[in-house]
Design a protein around this ligand. Structure first.
Ligand code: PMP
Length: 449
């Protein structure tokens, strides 16, 4: 019996026991009381047992009552999270009534406001309605999902593709779907949380290796050489902006019979001759077996995908719980993504502009003396230091009309807090220069430069 079927049966059994009903095969659950039943019908007893007594102040909620950190930061005025945007014009957003340059978006190609993307989403909304109300597996597959899968598979150079409802779920679905009990999954220490969570959800063992450290990975692969192995890396590391060494990883994983997966969340639309991602950028598309990605960045929507051989995709379709047990991508998002994928290929000048902007901002920061680490992409982190200094820097920039993303533990080490900036193709030179000016003034006042 496959794992997903086993899962549903076990869950059904649990529910049946909790409510004291007979299971669907008619066997009464021990303790279930029969009320009345037509001859030959399974016995159903629908009276639930009394709920457990409500305990005031349940112990498990103690941690919530004791959690004061967010309140303290809010009281200091430096709290940067959950700030509602009330209007968005692409590179400029309105937050708390003030227009601010958006220097912290993953909308790399600026396609969220492209007329073709908006029109396609609107058309789909009218034709198919507002949601799919079911999983891909059952009632939730649209012809649009299949078209998008075909287009993406062609685009990244793989045989087949599977669309998930978010990039997070695509990683969860790939890793937990493939890694079984005797297998080992190897994660770069800077891999995205969705990969880490996928590994934890899987039935296999998890081994982490130092970021980009081939010798460390080799030692660890050798230690479990007799077991099924999957190595997962980010194509572009989301907090650093550096690119994975797929050319080094491919022969190493091959030598140990391990599969290699790359998460191209930040590489689709950004890297490669046509924006096809990290493998295309490094000239290793044919060798890369597993590619995942998201629609929430260059593709200007929400959703995610896994691209691989037809066999792998067919296996995942029947074993990937985040696909099977969650509703599918809504029509407007699916059509919007399809349109964005077309525009991405029709308008290569957007990618050229994105890179020109990245070079301008990187050079500007470096000239001013900021530490931007090893970035090679439009993700440009500015190292600030402690959490407090980072929140203060963030707030001063916010007041000066520049929106950035503060990155603090556990996402990074406590002394390596940073402001993550990221570029869009639609930023103007003036917006970049104005942002650099604000960074310079505040950076000097706070002693960062
Ligand atoms: N992988 C990486 C590297 C990411 O940065 C993100 C999003 N920040 C994801 C996966 C998850 O994508 P989504 O937001 O579409 O769930």
């Amino acid at each position: 019996m496959s794992r997903w079927v086993e899962g549903s049966v076990t869950a059904l059994g649990r529910v049946a026991r909790r409510w004291g009903i007979a299971t669907t095969n008619g066997a009464p659950v021990p303790g279930a009381r029969a009320r009345s039943a037509a001859p030959g019908r399974p016995v159903l007893h629908l009276e639930p047992p009394p709920p457990p007594e409500t305990v005031e102040g349940a112990a498990i909620l103690d941690k919530c009552r004791k959690y004061t950190r967010a309140r303290e930061v809010r009281a200091s005025g430096l709290y940067p999270y959950f700030r509602p945007i009330s209007d968005s014009e692409d590179t400029v957003v309105v937050i708390e009534g003030q227009r601010r340059i958006m220097l912290g978006s993953n909308n790399y190609l600026g396609l969220t406001h492209h007329p073709k993307v908006i029109e396609a989403a609107e058309r789909a909304l009218r034709r198919y309605g507002s949601g799919c109300t079911g999983s891909r597996f059952l009632n939730g597959t649209l012809d649009l999902h299949c078209q998008l899968e075909e287009a993406l598979a062609r685009f990244v150079g793989k045989e087949a593709c599977l669309v998930f409802s978010t990039g997070y779920m695509a990683n969860l679905g790939l890793v937990a779907g493939l890694v079984s009990r005797r297998d080992v999954v190897y994660l770069d220490k800077l891999d995205h949380a969705s990969i880490v969570d996928g590994a934890q959800l899987s039935a296999g063992d998890v081994v982490r290796f130092n970021h980009g450290d081939m010798a460390d990975l080799e030692r660890k692969l050798a230690a479990h050489a007799d077991r099924g192995a999957l190595v997962v890396v980010d194509g572009v590391y989301s907090m650093e902006g550096n690119i994975a060494d797929l050319r080094g990883l491919l022969p190493l994983t091959k030598r140990f019979g391990a599969a290699l997966a790359v998460d191209d969340a930040h590489a689709i639309g950004v890297l490669g001759p046509n924006g096809q991602g990290t493998a295309a950028h490094l000239g290793v598309t044919d060798e890369m077996e597993l590619i995942t990605g998201t629609f929430s960045k260059s593709l200007a929507s929400i959703g995610g995908f896994v691209a691989a051989s037809a066999e792998v995709i067919d296996y995942l379709k029947h074993h990937s719980r985040p696909l099977i047990f969650s509703a599918s991508l809504p029509p407007a998002s699916t059509a919007g993504t399809l349109a964005a994928l077309e525009v991405l290929q029709e308008e290569p000048e957007r990618r050229a502009r994105l890179w020109a902007n990245a070079r301008r901002l990187q050079a500007g920061f470096r000239q001013l003396g900021f530490d931007i680490g090893p970035t090679q992409t439009p993700i440009v982190p500015v190292l600030v230091g402690t959490v407090d200094r980072t929140f203060l820097f963030w707030r001063r920039l916010f007041d000066a009309g520049v929106f950035t993303n503060p990155v603090v533990p556990p996402a990074v080490q406590p002394a390596e807090c940073r402001l993550r900036t990221s570029l869009m193709a639609t930023h103007t030179d003036d917006q970049i220069d104005a942002s650099l000016e604000a960074f310079e003034k505040i950076g000097r006042e706070l002693g960062v430069i």
